[in-house]
Write a protein of this length. Structure first.
Length: 409
């Protein structure tokens, strides 16, 4: 397999955006993305609380300087660096200068998708790490990105590599979409039963709208037979405790260590270190969550992990409450985020959890809810296992395909 060396600036235009100021933000209009939005889009996560600029501003920029179009690529360049995103058909948005770098006008020697896969490959990641600047806040500069030297096969071979890797990527994306739909279904059902009080009564009809009896409580009207309770009554809350720093290692010795919410996202757990001296350890089906800086993000685990002080564990006292507690925690973290505005209220104590009051259904309703959503949670878990297997296959093939170790006819 023959490869030729290119300087990146010679085969693709690498640009930034025009600066958008705070005064340019509006409540509705064209989405304005920063690194965190692009990272979420790359993960297939639904975007909430977006920033916008008005249509007139966007049109002006588009006419004078251009905007990202289908097939272009954005690369996160500050903080969490090196996450690429390929712009899809009919996407209209603008982006923050400095946060993101824009790749456009790819030459005939470079496939945009091949570059995407190169950037997420081990060799691409090492290259980006070698040119990053900063200590506390990592960053990529356009000057250094433009000077990257990349070895490329002929364009027809690039397309063959892309075809194989795209099959895996599309399977992963499909599973992500299925998971999102299932999660929305479970949340909708939770809200319908436990916020709107429209759980099925003994005749199978929606309780509240069918005239079900309501009684007064400190949290307002609730169904008869329900009560106001505290989280500690149905769940054991265990706050993490950091092991000794000398026990940390990268050699897979001991247990994988979860230090905070950055080690688990979107239902997937990705610890960066191990420890031989765990202080707090998860059990199968425990729910972990972040308690410092980034709070929330409840995630069900299926194995033992060491839990550091940036995370906590919710361990249900009765397995029939598993799904209810998981969805209740999501509601609780929304409450904490709204009361603390996220940037100020960055730590949650054990007492905050245990004293959190909620409307506790009758056990009969809990059993019905468990039976209704158990299969949804099982399917979500199975789809995540499939995604992990597909990613392992992709990560095995990726360097071999890009290096020519596996030759394609």
């Amino acid at each position: 397999m023959r490869f030729e060396e290119y300087i990146l600036k010679d085969i693709v235009d690498i640009r930034s955006s025009k600066r958008i100021y705070y005064k340019d933000y509006v409540s509705q209009g064209i989405p304005f993305y920063r690194s965190k939005e692009i990272i979420k889009k790359s993960q297939g996560v639904y975007l909430e609380e977006l920033l916008f600029i008005n249509q007139e501003k966007f049109t002006e920029i588009k006419k004078k300087y251009g905007v990202p179009k289908e097939g272009d690529m954005l690369l996160t360049s500050v903080g969490t660096i090196g996450v690429p995103y390929l712009v899809k058909e009919n996407e209209e948005f603008y982006f923050k200068d400095g946060n993101l770098t824009w790749f456009t006008n790819f030459s005939n020697d470079l496939s945009n998708e091949y570059l995407f896969y190169w950037l997420i490959s081990p060799i691409g990641k090492r290259k980006l790490e070698s040119i990053q600047i900063g200590t506390s806040q990592k960053a990529l500069t356009m000057i250094k990105l433009k000077e990257i030297c990349i070895k490329l096969p002929k364009i027809d071979y690039q397309q063959k590599v892309v075809t194989i890797l795209n099959r895996l990527r599309k399977k992963i994306e499909l599973n992500d979409q299925i998971i999102n739909t299932l999660e929305e279904t479970a949340t909708t059902l939770f809200n319908h039963w436990f916020i709107d009080f429209e759980f099925p009564d003994k005749s199978g009809n929606p309780y509240k709208s069918s005239g079900g009896k309501m009684i007064e409580s400190e949290l307002g009207e609730i169904p008869e037979g329900w009560e106001v309770s505290s989280l500690k009554n149905i769940t054991e809350i265990i706050m993490g405790q950091s092991p000794k720093g000398t026990s940390y290692n990268n050699e897979d010795m001991g247990l994988p260590l979860i230090n905070g919410a950055s080690d688990f996202k979107n239902g997937f757990v990705n610890p960066k270190k191990y420890t031989t001296e765990p202080k707090k350890v998860t059990k199968q089906a425990d729910i972990i969550f972040g308690v410092r800086a980034t709070i929330g993000n409840p995630t069900i685990v299926q194995q033992e992990y060491a839990i550091g002080r940036g995370a906590g564990i919710a361990r249900v006292k009765n397995n029939h409450y598993q799904e209810f507690v998981f969805l209740l925690l999501e509601e609780m973290f929304k409450y904490f985020a709204n009361t603390g505005s996220g940037s100020v209220y960055i730590n949650i104590s054990k007492n905050d959890f245990e004293s959190y009051k909620f409307i506790s259904p009758s056990f009969e309703v809990i059993l019905k809810f468990h039976e209704s959503v158990m299969s949804i949670f099982e399917l979500i878990a199975n789809k995540r296992i499939e995604i992990e297997s597909l990613k392992e296959l992709r990560d095995t093939l990726l360097p071999k395909l890009l290096s020519g170790e596996i030759e394609l006819e």
